[in-house]
Design a protein. Structure first.
Ligand SMILES: Cc1cc2nc3c(=O)[nH]c(=O)nc-3n(C[C@H](O)[C@H](O)[C@H](O)COP(=O)(O)O)c2cc1C
Ligand code: SF4
Ligand code: SF4
Ligand code: SF4
Ligand code: SF4
Ligand code: FES
Lengths: 842, 415
């Protein structure tokens, strides 16, 4: 299609607005309310253009191109009009600096005057120098404002965590309102009042916290002014440099733009070109990356305990000491711990150290409990390789999306956005199977609230109903249907209502939906897979997926669990369980422990020699004999594989803080001290030369990829015919007892990095998502005479846990919901369903 | 007297009851439509009648209905615009108060014609009594089988709901009305897409004024030709004019489209009250540019008022006498639009309050030379540049007032 802009003929393809067409062809039309991710709004009216044949001026941002369209963007009338509209905008915005004739000179002298509460001009504004409104004023070339300007004197909102809202700077472009609604699916922000009193705010003018904000920061990033600013940027100047790296705070790996000055991160923003995150991120990547890096608990020098005193030492001396000590133990007396937040390189060197040098099988690998590992092991045993890799297309193509038991909007917020997009704009149907009501449940066409822990009977019930309906066409896909029917022969639906709390009718209805044609995506997380009965649930889910054109999508937890799993995939499949090691340490059979990842031990069980390799000072470091400080997230130089099998590079955006080192370097140097023939690795590509040889799945990681990146996935070749897996007898789900009258559901908590628990570190994070809170239904709380903020002790078979009460009518009566930080449970499983007694704390 | 006028039932006791309406051959046209006519027949009749919308914009109703795609798997909706927010307008209230069943009959026929099974009447919140009356009428009609499932055994289903507005003028604008009806803030939508293809709940939707719909049974009863002959060839039927101001007999008058404005004021409304002289007339609700006495020898139809650079709008004729201060009129106009702007787009949100502030200052005796020019400059920046027609509705009367009464307004400026 051809259109003409300012006399220039332009060839365009597909549906485009005039503004998009102009931009792509280097013609600039001033615009403020438009944003590539948002549905056109056309409120600011700056982009008005003249279109041949139209009497009115038309906004370029919402006028679609049509064959032969003739547009003028810079006639004298338009130039004048734009100035006048901008004047109107600026009459409600501090404008003295914007039109000040001295503004160029001023730039050199304004470094310290920013520290005031009220922003009455750019020099006092945290957005100064990175402000789109400033750019527009320059572009349009406005030199005066013909109206008396008003300062709206709105109270600056500072009570919420992470960012402040100063609506005196707001120009009402509505981008924040729209990104929250259109992209994040939340509508936390909205316009309130009207006419001259119009402002952006929340329903009932509540705080963001109470209005359901997820603190994703999307609104902050689209705001063209300084109205929304990150708290920590209030008194900062401009960044000097921006580099990209991936966020390693969850298993997805969003690409981030990290803005730095000196060797310090000022802030991080999701990169618009992020292959997995498409310009979005979550509270952790957006606001917590820099907290993770510049944390007061960071350790910056190797330390050795000498006569009960900590002594800072150099690397050479420290590692030589560690090597000397380790040589004094027998293989079987040593154990190692890894972190699923470590890179593939670190994991590889650690494995060489454990197996090849220390010759011990005692390596604790937390990834074995990750949903993807549990799934892979189960399929392996059944002789099927279903293909574990997935990306957004797997969700985009589904007509029905089932979310099983996980608060996906909190645990995998970006994958949730993909689900949301499919549901909101592509008419996919969302089915939620979960006891608590989650923030996203309102998008569900069907929500089954079953008793916590009764997933197996729910899913088996559906399977059984489908079998009964004899849907040959669909069920015939996989082998062994008759065997499944036979296996479920003895399993009757008669108890299903009693066991699950659902009516048969509800299960029937869902069965109907799932058996209608069209691909189904089943999303599950640690809440099901990592539970002690995880494999039983997954078996039922797998069988159901074969009956319904379904596909299982494991959601992850930690940044490199998939990568480390791939390193172990060709091994013997054996590993040492955490409990086992803990027991052997207690029994004094393990005498030396090298903890390259978080672990928790009772202090009295401390082994003879304890080495802790960590970025942060914590209880374990406190108890150690040697502490080896590593780099953290954004200083990391390494390769990570996300749960969907995408291989991504984490490139350091900072020099390692202090004397810290990447984990792989430390482990390699130590190995060389233990065994001199070990090759020295200078850079990560040296390690990849070996990984490539040994691990076929990761053999695609070439030198070119390490340098330039690219779309690369784990190599896999699905094998084995999809077949039903014998479900066995589903066990009885837990039901409350007299002694323990409540059902306690602990959801996965992903808010920590290498032992650093965010809600313990940061008050803002705590206000938003506190790991120690226990959600109770208000009626239960009132029966127990518990109030918000009270301490409550959860007495269960897994021990007693202290929590703070929070009332939430979205949890089912008779149940308690928590998301405790890692290591609160001795077995460190991410999720549990237990019967409990609730007791008031002191 | 035969039922040949919209105002036939006005001010008659009990006219709002079903019994009364049935007595007057009520619902006969609906029966005819459902049993004897096809939707195509109906659409042709409405088109042939040249019935123009009575809500303000004067768009031909038949053409609008024709834009709705036929068939399709989405439901379709009718929204009857009973927001009646335009200052000076009070005609729809009369229809709903005295002839709710005629409106319902019009709704039934319109919905059958377009293939709609759900209709909403969006009524301004202040009309609580009227809303209750409509609800009673709906109950009566349903009990009699005129609404609900399988109406009169025709296989046609229709439900009608009354929805109360919450007091925002902008919610009378058709797309803001849709947002409001969906439970959202009443912000106008961008057009295109037009409601006929993507309207309420993203489904095809017809929006018509109360009076427009109430005309439908008459068209069916007496034929489109009769209807056309009542008014002008391209603008058929009669219109309800609500006359207010210092005339002897203010009220609602039904006159053929094309009647004389002068006649309306001086004959039907009884002329000016004793001792009052005519100073100006706003001919179509507050959004319509004001006319001076020498401009009112004009026929009341869309085209001729457009020629006079004003508009017929909602047919609300506001009469202003010599005792009134034009500065005060300007102040009221500016105040109103500033208050009622939805706040979505810059020129209207910032421009109107700016004008309001300036006029207020002038009214306080602190006007300065250049104020009027500045007002006109800002109004010109609103005109044609806003997202929805409210911008024009504000700018046009302000531009007319400051042009036609410039001298009087200037007397309030200090130097
Ligand atoms: C600001 C504004 C307010 C309006 N208020 C009303 C109203 O109160 N009642 C009405 O019928 N139309 C009103 N309209 C016109 C409607 O947008 C729409 O054109 C009309 O309801 C269509 O019906 P009709 O074609 O039958 O006239 C308003 C328009 C604008 C721009
Ligand atoms: S938001 Fe932008 S234009 Fe406004 S004061 Fe801040 S830097 Fe200046
Ligand atoms: S931070 Fe995210 S959730 Fe909160 S208001 Fe902004 S866009 Fe909405
Ligand atoms: S806060 Fe920022 S993004 Fe939101 S409307 Fe105001 S200027 Fe636009
Ligand atoms: S013209 Fe006024 S009422 Fe219409 S969209 Fe703009 S601000 Fe809202
Ligand atoms: S960018 Fe088009 S109106 Fe704001």
């Amino acid at each position: 299609m051809k259109i003409i802009i300012d006399g220039k003929t332009i060839e365009i393809e597909g549906k485009k607005t005039v503004l998009e067409a102009a931009r792509e062809n280097g013609i600039s039309i001033p615009s403020l309310c438009d944003h590539p991710r948002l549905i056109p709004f056309s409120g600011c009216r700056l982009c008005l253009v003249q279109v041949k044949g139209s009497r009115r001026y038309l906004p370029a941002c919402s006028t679609e191109c049509g064959e032969g369209l003739e547009v003028k963007t810079r006639t004298p009338q338009l130039v004048r009009l734009r100035k006048q509209i901008l004047e109107l905008i600026l009459s409600e915005h501090p404008n003295a600096c914007l039109i000040c004739t001295e503004k160029v000179n001023c730039d050199d002298h304004k470094s310290t005057i920013r520290k005031v509460g009220e922003v009455t001009g750019c020099v006092l504004c945290p957005n100064n120098g990175r402000c789109q409104l400033q750019d527009i004023v320059t572009e349009i070339g406005l030199e005066s404002v013909g109206h008396p300007s008003v300062y709206r004197e709105l109270e600056v909102r500072r009570s919420d965590p992470f960012f402040d809202r100063n609506y005196n700077l707001c120009i009402l472009c509505g981008r924040c309102v729209r990104i929250c609604r259109e992209v994040r699916g939340l509508s936390t922000l909205t316009f309130i009042q009207r006419g001259p009193n119009t402002v952006v705010g929340t329903a009932m003018d509540e705080s963001l916290l109470r209005a359901g904000c997820q603190f994703c920061g999307a609104c902050v990033d689209v705001c063209p002014t300084g109205a929304l600013t990150e708290k920590s940027m209030k008194y900062e100047g401009l960044p000097e440099q921006t580099d990209q790296t991936i966020c390693t705070l969850c298993s997805l790996g969003c690409l981030m733009d990290v803005h730095t000055r000196g060797n310090r991160i000022l802030y991080s923003q999701p990169a618009a070109n992020g292959p997995v995150n498409d310009g979005q991120a979550c509270v952790k990547g957006r606001f917590f990356l820099k907290e993770v890096v510049h944390n007061p608990k960071r350790i910056t020098r190797p330390m050795v305990r000498e006569n009960q005193e900590w002594v800072e030492k150099g690397w050479e001396e420290t590692l030589a000491f560690v090597a000397r000590k380790l040589k004094t133990f027998k293989s079987g007396e040593m154990a190692l711990v890894e972190s699923s937040q470590a890179s593939c390189e670190e994991g590889f060197v650690l494995r060489s150290l454990a197996g090849g040098i220390l010759k011990t099988g005692n390596l604790i690998r937390p990834h074995v409990q990750a949903p993807v590992s549990v799934y892979q092991r189960m399929m392996d045993r059944a002789g099927i390789q279903p293909g574990l890799n997935y990306d957004a297309a797997a969700i985009d193509g589904a007509e029905t999306i089932v979310v099983l038991g996980t608060d996906i909007a909190a645990t995998q917020p970006i994958i949730w956005l993909q689900v949301l997009d499919a549901v909101k704009y592509k008419r996919a149907e969302l089915i939620v199977i979960a006891s608590p009501e989650f923030s996203f449940s309102r998008y569900a066409g069907t929500w089954l609230r079953h008793f916590p822990g009764s997933e197996t009977p729910v899913l088996t019930g559906i399977s059984k109903l489908i079998l009964e309906r004899e849907e040959e066409g669909r069920a015939g896909r996989a082998a062994g249907r008759a065997a499944l029917a036979a296996d479920l022969e003895g399993w009757s639906l008669k108890d299903v209502e009693k066991d699950t709390g659902l009516t048969l009718e509800a299960i029937h209805k869902l069965t109907e939906k799932l058996s209608s044609p069209g691909p189904v995506a089943y999303l599950f997380g640690a809440e099901t897979a990592s539970r002690p009965d995880g494999e039983a649930v997954l078996t039922a889910l797998w069988n159901l997926s074969l009956q319904t054109e379904g596909r299982l999508i494991p959601l992850g937890m930690e940044s490199n669990e998939r990568g480390l799993m791939e390193l172990d995939r060709d091994g013997d499949g054996k590993w040492t369980a955490l409990e086992e090691i803990q027991q052997t340490i207690k029994d004094r059979k393990i005498k030396a422990l090298y903890a390259a990842g978080p672990i928790k031990l009772p202090l009295k069980a401390k082994p003879q020699f304890l080495v802790v390799q960590t970025p942060y000072w914590d209880e374990m470091a406190e108890a150690a004999d040697v502490v080896l400080p590593t780099v953290s997230s954004a200083e990391e130089d390494g390769t990570f594989v996300n749960t969907g099998g995408r291989i991504q590079r984490c490139t350091p955006v900072l020099e390692p803080l202090g004397d810290t080192r990447p984990g792989w370097w430390i482990l390699n140097q130590l190995s060389r001290k233990l065994k001199s023939q070990v090759t020295e690795y200078k850079r990560t590509s040296d390690i990849w030369k070996e990984i490539r040889k040994e691990v076929d799945a990761l053999s695609g990681v070439t030198a070119a990829f390490l340098k330039e990146g690219g779309d690369l996935f784990v190599k896999e070749s699905p094998a084995g015919e999809p077949a039903y897996i014998p479900p066995g007898q589903p066990g009885k789900p837990p039901r409350p007892t007299k002694q323990r009258p409540f059902l306690w559901l602990n959801l996965a908590n992903l808010d920590s990095y290498r032992g650093l628990v965010f809600s313990r570190e940061d008050k803002g994070f705590r206000l938003f998502r506190d790991e120690s809170r226990a959600l109770l239904h208000p009626e239960d709380a009132s029966t127990l005479e518990l109030k918000v903020g009270d301490e409550v002790i959860l007495e269960s078979a897994a021990g007693n846990f202290s929590c703070r009460v929070r009332l939430d009518d979205r949890v089912a009566p008779g149940s308690v919901v928590t998301a405790l930080a890692p290591f609160r449970f001795a077995d460190n499983r991410a999720s549990h369903v237990l019967t409990v007694k609730l007791k008031r704390g002191s | 007297m035969e039922d040949k006028a919209i105002s036939h039932f006005f001010k008659q006791d009990g006219a709002h009851t079903l019994a009364f309406y049935l007595n007057q051959n009520g619902y006969e046209q609906a029966k005819k439509a459902l049993k004897e006519l096809t939707p195509e027949d109906l659409l042709n009749q409405v088109k042939a009648a040249n019935l123009r919308g009575r809500g303000g914009a004067g768009f031909p109703a038949g053409v609008k209905w024709g834009f709705v795609p036929q068939g399709g798997d989405k439901p379709k909706y009718l929204c009857v615009n009973a927001d009646e927010g335009e200052p000076g307008t009070f005609k729809d209230r009369y229809i709903m108060t005295y002839a709710p069943h005629r409106l319902l009959e019009g709704i039934i026929i319109s919905c059958f014609c377009v293939g709609i099974n759900t209709a909403y009447i969006y009524i301004r919140g202040e009309y609580e009594n009227v809303a209750q009356r409509l609800e009673t009428a709906i109950d009566e009609a349903r009990a009699q089988g005129f609404l609900g499932k399988n109406i009169l055994d025709s296989g046609f289903d229709l439900e009608v709901y009354v929805h109360r507005g919450a007091g925002a003028y902008i919610c009378g604008e058709e797309t803001a009305l849709l947002e409001s009806l969906e439970g959202k803030r009443g912000n106008p939508r961008l057009k295109p897409p037009f409601p006929a293809s993507i309207g309420l709940f993203q489904c095809p939707t017809v929006i018509n004024n109360v009076e427009t719909i109430a005309n439908i049974p008459l068209i069916l009863h007496h034929g489109p030709e009769w209807f056309c002959n009542q008014g002008l060839p391209k603008d058929g039927g009669t219109r309800l004019f609500g006359v207010s101001g210092p005339v002897k007999k203010p009220g609602v008058y039904e006159l053929p489209v094309g009647a004389s404005l002068k006649d309306l004021i001086f004959t039907h409304a009884g002329g000016m009250q004793d001792g009052k002289t005519l100073k100006a007339v706003i001919p179509g609700g507050m959004s319509a540019p004001i006319l001076k006495p020498d401009e009112i020898d004009i026929t009341l139809d869309g085209d001729s008022l457009m020629e006079a650079k004003s508009m017929l709008g909602s047919g609300a004729v506001i009469v202003i006498d010599e005792d009134a201060s034009m500065l005060e009129v300007l102040r009221i106009v500016a105040e109103f639009y500033s208050h009622e702007s939805c706040g979505q787009c810059t020129p209207c949100r910032v421009g109107n309050p700016w004008i309001r502030k300036t006029v207020k200052r002038m009214a306080e005796g602190k006007g300065r030379r250049g104020d009027i020019e500045n007002i006109r400059r800002v109004a010109n920046n609103i005109l044609g540049k806003t997202l929805c027609p409210l911008g024009d509705a504000a700018a046009l009367p302000i531009l007319a007032l400051t042009e036609k009464f410039k001298e009087e307004l200037e007397t309030s400026l200090s130097d």
